[in-house]
Design a protein around this ligand. Structure first.
Ligand SMILES: Cc1ncc(COP(=O)(O)O)c(C=O)c1O
Length: 430
């Protein structure tokens, strides 16, 4: 038997056959998890953007949702002050300092009327992205089925893909019936799904939901024994109604955990502070895995974050107002330019259908065209998943003046296009 195996191996090698065993060879590393991460679609546009800038072109960049405004001054002052204390440079705690957890619990009570136990129902994360990914790792067995929105912020599916899950993508575009799509997804998933990811207000579609949806989805999750991970990163970036928390629904914390973040609310994306709140079993699982992986955020950052939540409510209004002004300049300007883009009810994005003459190109080619012809960078919808095709996302991260400049440039590009379309065909030479 052994001899035959040896003969087979020598023959396979001589014939150039590669037996896929899951093992990694150093000559041709095919790391199991890395293989499951497709190349970043945005990197093509990013490379072109970098090239254009290197060539001296002024690119107006609506690509990445990276807040450009500074955090409140009281927060940076607090950080500087706390840094001087020699005791704060030690390892912190992976659950987050008690004062910060209490501050976030007080915020939940003020804003949503939800009372949380800061010991069992709240944890500080290194941004919500870290919390989502580590909770995915904590609760996933290989092959578990997870329901993820599509289009989506990439960590929603990929946090679970890295953890070894199989994803069932659920279309969550603004016009779809969410409960019908969820029912269909559950009906056709084998094995039955173990978790559902929600994100409203949604990145990239900007879709919002109300209490009724959360009530229905909590009942649905209980019926099908599915945990809910709800990402409320845009809790405070809204222009119409203040978005609700899923935890406002009675009994939600039996199945749901909710992520919030300081990145957008206080314009502190680089600080890496977020929270998970809700179901004590899920919070406990995240705390356990984090206790093996990190020591929490740097203590002075956590103290300054506490000051932000406790004393900077007014700053949130200012940050929201600035996004609103940019949104209005962008949306009204594009309407006038002949590109009707819906006004987002929340988030720091506009989700724009590709204008008609370019629809056939697809979102990646259209994004490249905008970059080349109008010096404007946007994110192609396809980068957020299959159902994102047909749209591009514009992040409200350029100030009003630069946004106006971008609108003028897009308008000129659209006019050139229309003029080219209506120009008579050159006469054929006999
Ligand atoms: C929906 C959503 N969730 C989470 C994040 C990341 O937040 P954090 O900086 O807290 O990791 C973003 C950032 O763009 C986001 O859009």
């Amino acid at each position: 038997m052994r001899v035959w195996l040896l003969v087979l191996a020598v023959w396979a090698r001589a014939s150039g056959l590669r037996v896929v065993t899951g093992a990694v060879s150093m000559r041709d590393p095919q790391f199991h998890r890395i293989r499951r991460l497709p190349p970043y679609v945005f990197s093509e546009v990013n490379a072109m953007k970098a090239e254009a800038r290197a060539a001296g072109r002024d690119i107006i960049d609506f690509g990445m949702g990276n807040p450009d405004q500074p955090p409140p001054k009281a927060v940076t002052d607090k950080l500087v002050e706390v840094l001087q204390d020699p005791r704060v440079h030690r390892y912190s705690t992976s659950r987050g300092i008690a004062g910060l957890r209490r501050a976030q619990a007080a915020y939940y009570e003020r804003r949503f009327g939800v009372r949380l136990d800061p010991e069992r129902e709240l944890i500080v994360t290194l941004g919500s992205k870290e919390g989502l990914a580590n909770l995915a790792a904590a609760i996933t067995a290989p092959g578990d089925v997870i329901l993820a929105p599509n289009p989506s912020y990439p960590i929603h599916p990929y946090g679970f893909i890295i953890a070894g899950a199989a994803i069932r993508h659920v279309p969550m575009l603004p016009e779809v019936d969410l409960m019908a799509e969820l029912a269909r997804a559950v009906q056709h998933s084998v094995p039955p799904p173990t978790a559902l990811i929600l994100n409203f207000p949604a990145n990239p579609t900007t879709r919002v939901v109300g209490h009724d949806f959360y009530r229905e989805v909590v009942a649905f999750a209980k019926r099908h024994e599915i945990f809910i991970l709800s990402d409320l990163a845009y809790a405070e970036i809204y222009f119409e109604h203040a978005p609700p928390s899923i935890l406002e629904v009675e009994g939600a914390r039996e199945v749901a955990v909710e992520f919030t973040s300081m990145s957008k609310t206080y314009s502190m994306p680089g600080w890496r502070i977020g929270f998970a709140a809700g179901n004590p079993q899920l919070i406990g699982a995240l705390a356990r895995i984090k206790s093996y992986l990190d020591y929490g955020a740097f203590t002075p950052i956590q103290v300054a974050a506490t000051a932000a939540i406790n004393a900077c409510e007014g700053a949130i209004d200012e940050i929201r107002q600035r996004y609103r002004e940019r949104r209005d300049v962008l949306v009204e300007g594009l309407h006038t330019a002949g590109w009707p883009v819906p006004a987002p009810p929340a988030t720091m994005f506009a989700w724009a259908p590709i204008p008609e003459p370019f629809r056939h190109l697809g979102s990646l080619a259209f994004s490249k065209l905008l970059l080349n012809e109008a010096n404007v960078a946007v994110s192609p919808g396809i980068g957020f998943g299959e159902y994102g095709e047909g749209h591009v996302r514009l992040a409200l991260v350029e100030n009003r003046q630069r946004t106006r400049q971008a609108v003028r440039s897009i308008k000129a590009f659209l006019q050139r296009q229309r003029a080219a379309e209506t120009r008579p065909e050159p006469l054929a030479v006999a």
